[in-house]
Design a protein around this ligand. Structure first.
Ligand code: AMP
Ligand code: AMP
Length: 339
């Protein structure tokens, strides 16, 4: 059996687990889904999932750690780790983890993330500290990976005073950019020192993506506020003349990450979330330092991953391929964080 066959890739049963485990299986790893009461039957139904451990709630995952530590496991994190575990729990995970945990602090703090992205030369929406400063439409965004839940479109400072001034949750006030949202999925391989664009998506958000179906005149008096709750994703291919800039942005965030988060920097899967304005400028809303759910569109590969691989290569499979290459070249330490 090849070396990777002695390792099991494990992840929480949600978000992009199917993609990650299918990729792990296709690359010759054992696979483990940590599911809950509601999801265990689903994960057991797939032939590429070798084992399912069911826990009561995903938040209970840390209690499983002593049992998992004894095994030859590698955790591949995704959005549910951020949604269900605290930053501390995430960092305290002692099972070998695909990724660099030092990046988590820079990602989790909106302030640090902004410093990172600015230093990489990316164009960011303006940010406002107080309602008195608001001189254009803004979006009020709550902290944490909540899939756009609770975000508010605010027209001006009077609107802010009326609807958002008493908000209890931590939030930021950001310039509202009118344009096309584009989420670019990257993979940076430390083994090959190469950045790849894996795929792209746009999110489908309710109700903001359907407001255009009702003429503005008809909306008058309806008191409908846009909301940004993500419910799905659709594929996009980017105008090819814009691809070089998308690639440059990815290179820049990787380069700066090596300056701020230690020499390993950001590696593996990540996503830059952008909005493109009519002058073809990418405004960057956020960076996700791991596999994002939009990659689920491309379980059998995307037009971009096909250019590199000529075989079905999802982001989940690309992660497993990197782990496999690291094992066979004795460089596993380059792609794991041991806590
Ligand atoms: P879940 O395990 O489905 O609750 O997802 C964990 C987090 O990932 C959620 O809080 C969302 O922010 C995010 N997420 C889940 N599915 C998607 C999706 N299709 N597109 C974008 N973000 C998502
Ligand atoms: P995020 O949580 O940053 O991924 O944002 C979720 C959604 O909110 C995005 O997909 C956009 O539809 C919307 N959004 C976030 N930031 C902005 C912005 N600065 N301008 C316009 N829309 C935004």
């Amino acid at each position: 059996m090849a070396d990777q066959g002695t390792y099991t890739i494990a992840t929480l049963g949600s978000h992009s687990a199917l993609q990650i485990l299918k990729g792990a299986h296709d690359e010759g790893f054992g696979t483990l889904a940590i599911a809950n009461r509601d999801t265990k039957a689903l994960y057991r139904s797939f032939g590429f999932v070798d084992e399912v451990i069911a826990i009561e709630r995903y938040q209970d995952f840390p209690a499983l750690m002593p049992q998992l530590e004894k095994r030859k496991l590698i955790i591949v994190p995704h959005g549910s780790f951020v949604a269900y575990l605290s930053l501390d729990e995430h960092k305290r995970m002692t099972i070998p983890y695909f990724g660099n945990k030092a990046v988590l602090d820079w990602e989790a703090s909106r302030e640090l993330q902004r410093q990172w992205l600015s230093r990489a030369g990316l164009t960011l929406p303006r940010q406002f500290e107080r309602s008195g400063e608001i001189d254009r439409p803004v979006i009020v965004k709550l902290y944490g990976a909540q899939g756009g839940k609770g975000y508010m479109f605010i027209r001006d400072s009077a609107d802010f005073e009326a609807r958002a001034a008493h908000l209890k949750e931590e939030h930021i006030i950001q310039e509202y950019i009118v344009g096309v949202p584009l989420y670019i999925h990257y993979f940076y391989s430390p083994l090959e020192n190469r950045l790849e664009i894996m795929s792209m998506d746009r999110r489908y958000e309710t109700n903001v993506d359907s407001l255009g179906r009702i003429p503005a005149a008809a909306q008058e008096g309806m008191d409908v506020q846009p909301s940004y709750v993500v419910v799905g994703n659709s594929p996009v291919s980017l105008r090819e003349s814009m691809l070089a800039e998308a690639y440059r942005m990815g290179e820049a965030v990787v380069r700066v990450s090596k300056e701020i988060c230690g020499p390993k920097g950001l590696f593996g899967a990540f996503c830059i979330e952008t909005i493109i304005t009519p002058d073809m400028q990418f405004f960057v809303m956020e960076i996700s330092a791991r596999i994002v759910a939009g990659t689920n569109l491309f379980i059998d590969g995307s037009p971009y991953s096909y250019l590199h691989y000529s075989e079905p290569m999802s982001t989940g499979r690309r992660i497993a391929r990197e782990l496999k290459n690291a094992i066979s070249s004795n460089k596993l330490g380059m792609v794991l964080d041991d806590g």
